[in-house]
Design a protein around this ligand. Structure first.
Ligand SMILES: [Ca+2]
Length: 201
């Protein structure tokens, strides 16, 4: 193949790709790796927390890292505490697909335990007013604890053809960290992503 034919081939492939529908598009998650601090070093920009009013239940730490310099941690050493984190609403274009997936890497330290046996990841679909239309939750507690000390990626998906979907919100939460557990007993998160694609018909 001479140079001219090679160029035509490349242009042809480029033209074909241009008319194919986008698949598996990754939707940007701001501060996906918790690298940027919020109002203080334990808070993460672009993420919001609810936590125990008595003891801190969740925060950003420099020793809970999969990539970069920071990760998010459930403070399992504060018995009875809880932590919830949710990202700011992420605008999506429903023309890009009907399957929405929130994925995040997690690591359970050896002795992390809660009295209620859950660490949930959830994806919420919202309308343009921010009202939740649909949501789906996966409890990753057992899966993460089955491989202590190692990072694994977990996902929760929802398929929706609701024409009012305008935003996606990823959420993480756990509660009632166990008393009596010895260190190490944190639960780490890092590298969140949200993807949108067309579900197989
Ligand atoms: Ca990170």
């Amino acid at each position: 193949m001479n140079r001219r034919h090679w160029l035509i081939g490349i242009l042809g492939l480029w033209s074909l790709l241009a008319v194919l529908p986008a698949r598996g598009s990754v939707v940007y998650v701001a501060n996906a790796g918790f690298e940027t601090a919020g109002t203080d070093s334990e808070y993460s920009a672009d993420w919001n927390y609810i936590e125990s009013g008595v003891h801190i239940g969740i925060g950003r730490k420099g020793w809970a890292v999969r990539t970069g310099d920071f990760g998010l941690v459930l403070y399992g050493w504060n018995a009875g505490s809880f932590g919830t984190a949710w990202h700011n609403d992420i605008a999506v274009d429903k023309a890009n697909g009907n399957r929405y997936t929130f994925s995040i890497w997690a690591l359970a330290e050896a002795n992390f335990a809660t009295a209620d046996s859950f660490v949930n990841i959830k994806i919420e679909l919202k309308n343009s007013s921010g009202t939740i239309l649909e949501e789906q939750t996966v409890n990753i507690y057992n899966a993460a604890r089955a491989d202590p000390g190692n990072w694994n990626q977990h996902s929760v998906s929802i398929v929706s053809d609701n024409p009012d979907v305008a935003y996606v919100t990823p959420v993480i939460w756990s509660q009632n960290y166990a008393s009596g557990a010895t260190d190490p007993r944190g639960f780490f998160f890092d590298d969140a992503e949200v993807t949108q694609e067309w579900a197989a018909p």
